[in-house]
Design a protein around this ligand. Structure first.
Ligand code: F6P
Length: 326
């Protein structure tokens, strides 16, 4: 197999704190190993429309602490078409790129898998998403920072919830996965987490009300994972109004606040380790794998596993929220 001489790097999908730390690690590890780096702007859009520029070590100076992504990001419709991917391939070859490092979530890695299958190119993925919803990895880059942002916000909401003796439904992101809601609830001492994974098992709202969560307190905070099917926190607030009018519920949607901010040390370290490993993987001849982390060890996860298997948050952790909120 021919030695890789030039890599392209892009960030795609929703941004996540720590993406910059990953860009820095990939770039500097590549240069350290004599590999050229081309930065591709706006995710796959930059490949399709040829927004590609060479990166030096200086291009990634002073970014480890910054949220967002210096490469910009996008969700690119053109890349979902065969014609768009063909243009992307031509631009990639014209720029002399032999391999790609793609940092993003399941949509971005699914795009990478299709592209790699069609054009026989080496692609290594890094799990960049606040949702923590990729298969084969215990953690994704950005999740820890988002979790800490949620905890900080809930701590503040609790002050007013306690003063007014109200029920607050705090909606967090997650893209149909309940990690942020569940672990956000544990970390902020919330009374409950309502997550999409449990939706078909029980009526989580009725369960919460029926177990008398206000017996020992006059306020409550419930972390609700966003859920377009049920309407998330707004949908639940409507149900409370109709079914449990004795409660005075308020809704706070944390929204894109959760995607911003300086990455935590944990995210910077994870991104740096994974970024360096992406170059090791390419030098070892690995392709079409995402770098994951399992029990503290970096592992290679085939794209098919990373994108198809969504691990279910632990039922025991749901029990912990319940037990600790009595
Ligand atoms: O995947 C990251 C994420 O923030 C999800 O949690 C959320 O559902 C989605 O992106 C929001 O996407 P957008 O910023 O395009 O509205």
């Amino acid at each position: 197999m021919a030695q890789i001489q030039t890599i392209g790097i892009l960030t795609s999908g929703g941004d996540a704190p720590g993406m910059n730390a990953a860009i820095r690690a990939v770039t500097r590890t590549a240069i350290y190993n004599g590999i050229r780096v081309m930065g591709i702007k706006r995710g796959y859009y930059g490949l399709v429309y040829n927004e590609i520029e060479e990166f030096t070590s200086k291009s990634v100076s002073n970014i480890i602490q910054q949220g967002g992504t210096i490469l910009k990001t996008a969700r690119c419709k053109e890349f979902t078409t065969a014609e768009g991917r063909h243009k992307a391939y031509e631009n990639m070859r014209a720029a002399g790129i032999d391999a790609l490092v793609v940092i993003g979530g399941d949509g971005s890695l699914s795009g990478a898998r299709i592209f790699a299958e069609e054009y026989d190119i080496a692609i290594v993925g890094l799990p960049g998403t606040i949702d923590n919803d990729l298969g084969g990895t215990d953690r994704t880059i950005g999740y820890d920072t988002a979790l800490n942002t949620i905890v900080e916000a809930v701590d503040k909401i609790r002050d007013t919830a306690t003063s007014h003796e109200r029920l607050f439904l705090v909606e967090v992101m997650g893209h149909m996965a309940g990690y942020l809601a569940l672990n956000g609830a544990i970390a902020s001492g919330a009374e409950a987490a309502i997550i999409p994974e449990m939706e078909t098992e029980i009526d989580q709202l009725a369960d919460l009300v029926n177990r008398g969560f206000r017996k020992s307190k006059n306020s409550a905070i419930v972390l609700v994972a966003e859920n377009p099917t049920t309407g998330g926190a707004m949908g639940l607030a409507q149900r409370i109004k109709e079914e449990f009018p004795e409660y005075d519920a308020r809704v706070t949607i944390l929204g894109h606040l959760q995607r911003g901010g300086s990455p935590t040390a944990a995210d910077r370290i994870l991104a740096s380790r994974m970024g360096a490993q992406a170059i090791t993987a390419l030098r070892e001849g690995q392709r079409n794998v995402m770098i994951g982390i399992k029990n503290g060890e970096l592992v290679y996860v085939p794209f098919s596993k990373a994108t198809q298997h969504h691990p279910i948050p632990n039922h025991d952790d749901m029990e912990i929220v319940k037990m600790l909120s009595i």
